[in-house]
Design a protein around this ligand. Sequence first.
Ligand SMILES: Cc1ncc(COP(=O)(O)O)c(C=O)c1O
Length: 440
Amino acid sequence: MTDASAAELRAEIVKRARALYELENQPRPFVPGETHIPYSGRVFDGSEVEAMVASALDAWVTAGPYAAEFERSLAAYTGARAAVFVNSGSSANLLALSACTSPRLDGALQPGDEVITPAAGFPTTVSPIAQVGCVPVFVDVEMGTYNPDPESVERAIGPRTRAIMAAHMLGNPFDANAYRKIADRHGLFLIEDTCDGLGATLGGRMAGTIGHFGTLSFYPAHQMTTGEGGAVLCRDPAARKIVESFRDWGRDCWCEPGKDNTCGKRFDWQLGQLPHGYDHKYIYSHLGYNLKATDLQAALGIAQLRRVPQFVARRRHNFAALAETLAPHADVLVLPRSIATAQPSWFGFPITVRAAASFTKNDFVAFLEQRKIATRSLFGGNLLRQPAWQGRAHRVAGSLDNSDTIATSTFLIGVYPGIDDERLAYMQATLRDFLESRRR
Ligand SMILES: Cc1ncc(COP(=O)(O)O)c(C=O)c1O
């Protein structure tokens, strides 16, 4: 077969794969009350299938050229110096915190050091703290923003505190600039878990690029997807090398897959107590993992990343419409709010039912679910109440009353781009139905 006919065949396969996907995934009519409205999900238009098939035809089954391109595109989009592609947001969190234990960094975390973190949120923002041998210090979140205010973070600092690890809850940024000032004043690392908030900004800067590390998740519920997947955003090339080392078995060598001798002295290193000249490919400077993602995932990521600005805009549009519908009910609901410098990239629309309301969260959730509008809890509620945290070393700074309230009274509904005008109008009408009927 000639090169020309191979290229033609490839183009034909890719085109037909897209056509098949589009044929099998035609939009179905929306039937109010019958069609389920998920709180989130992947949004594909055929270009994603095209990208995945093109990558499959290369048969590059590990990370390769697409992964390198995806990392460059992510760094360019976010404004980070570097992005490291990994196999999940949870892995990204584990890697970012593990990187802070590297002896290559000044003030590296030591076992028993404390890390300040919100009590309410997603479990794998907090699990890595125990996994690297440190101790979480739980602080409460504010109602409405669902993030800790900077003052409560600063008040929680003790003699062993060395880091702050917090999530931009539901894509609604915490005051990362204020956190960063606190971190700098006290010599702490700051990790921004931005898994829910790709595209959110603070004073025009992307969330996830203000602290020492930022993390992203590309699980389908988020602003874009690679199936499973995530990334660590890094401030400089040295930090990137440390994250890659932890991701890639702990290796000291930084050659890309399939490459040798990038350092130019592969057989001329003397590290640890190894003999001089030991193959650099097999020298390990960290206790690492293997948390790499693949080229197929990256190809999907490249196609999705191009559409992120449009996805984020639709999320904001849906959020604004729901906020307008719920605004007259602020006496019975705590409605979400953001700090002045933030432009959120909403993951969902959180609603807290006030104690004074004539109904409970469970009443509201049951009503919506029965009408096919999906709801979710605000992740793990107060994580300290979870079975996984019973008997584990930790410290609590101040009360965790709001985190407890979240577990009993808060839920979220969707704003993802799959919610079109028709679905949105149905959601608004259903919310009004419930709230107005409970006032009579
Ligand atoms: C705030 C936060 N951090 C971390 C994660 C973990 O991401 P992943 O599911 O990709 O492991 C999630 C998951 O949704 C999340 O919401």
